[in-house]
Design a protein around this ligand. Structure first.
Ligand SMILES: Nc1ncnc2c1ncn2[C@@H]1O[C@H](COP(=O)(O)OP(=O)(O)OP(=O)(O)O)[C@@H](O)[C@H]1O
Length: 225
């Protein structure tokens, strides 16, 4: 396993004004190496989503430093961050956000159109290969609305991989799934780490899920325990 960090967070502080100042993140520092599968857990309201928003470069209003793939994100313009998000970060959410009017294959290809890495033909091939890796290539020509909830989440994971991201950031990716589909998603993540040396960061409430990851980062009241 290559030991280069995919993500480094140093002294991340975040406050909201509601209307008085409330400190939500109180100096978060940690790093995740290439090929690590980490989970962030903690009680409701401890700051997990706020942290993930910052780590995924969506929220730039914080104190501290963030490096993705050894590149400093802090102080980059919104245009530069949009580029980083598309090229280096794969997103998986609780809800799949597939476009119903497109086929499964097209949905997987979509983030690839914003990148200059591949031609359309290459994207199509890549999307199909990803679906195959996830065991759902038979669904590729179906419309997104024709597939089940568990399958949709697998399609969303394939989509998150289309631009060869450095890291997958996942917010409650199994929150809407039953135990069988949760297990399937876990095995897929494990395989992405094993086969492609991907780095995966998952925010989850599911203890059964987190305890099987390489490392659990437990938050309490805005800090890492
Ligand atoms: N825009 C905002 N303005 C003021 N307070 C906020 C804002 N967003 C979040 N908070 C507060 O910040 C704290 C952390 O919220 P966050 O959503 O990060 O928690 P969480 O650990 O992800 O919770 P959950 O597990 O319930 O999703 C909460 O107390 C929340 O009320």
């Amino acid at each position: 396993m290559e030991n280069k960090p995919s993500l480094v967070a140093t002294g991340i502080y975040k406050s909201f004004y509601d209307p008085a100042k409330v400190d939500i993140l109180k100096g978060i520092s940690f790093s995740i190496n290439r090929g690590e599968f980490c989970s962030i857990t903690g009680k409701s309201g401890c700051g997990k989503s706020t942290l993930l928003y910052i780590l995924s470069t969506m929220d730039t209003d914080y104190k501290g430093e963030l490096f993705i793939d050894s590149e400093l994100m802090t102080n980059k313009s919104e245009k530069e961050l949009a580029f980083v998000r598309n090229e280096k970060i794969g997103f998986v959410f609780q809800f799949h956000y597939l476009l119903n009017e497109f086929s499964v294959l097209k949905n997987v290809m979509l983030p690839g159109f914003k990148s200059s890495k591949h031609t359309e033909e290459e994207l199509e091939h890549k999307a199909y290969e990803l679906l195959k890796k996830l065991g759902i290539e038979k669904l590729s020509s179906k419309m997104a609305y024709q597939v089940s909830g568990g399958e949709k989440q697998r399609v969303a994971i394939a989509r998150s991989m289309i631009n060869d991201p450095v890291i997958l950031m996942c917010d409650e990716p199994t929150g809407n799934l039953d135990s069988k589909n949760t297990e399937i998603v876990f095995e897929i993540f494990k395989e992405l780490v094993h086969a492609f040396n991907k780095t995966i960061l998952v925010v989850t409430h599911d203890e059964n899920f987190s305890k099987k990851t390489h490392r659990i980062i437990t938050m309490r009241d805005g800090s890492i325990m």
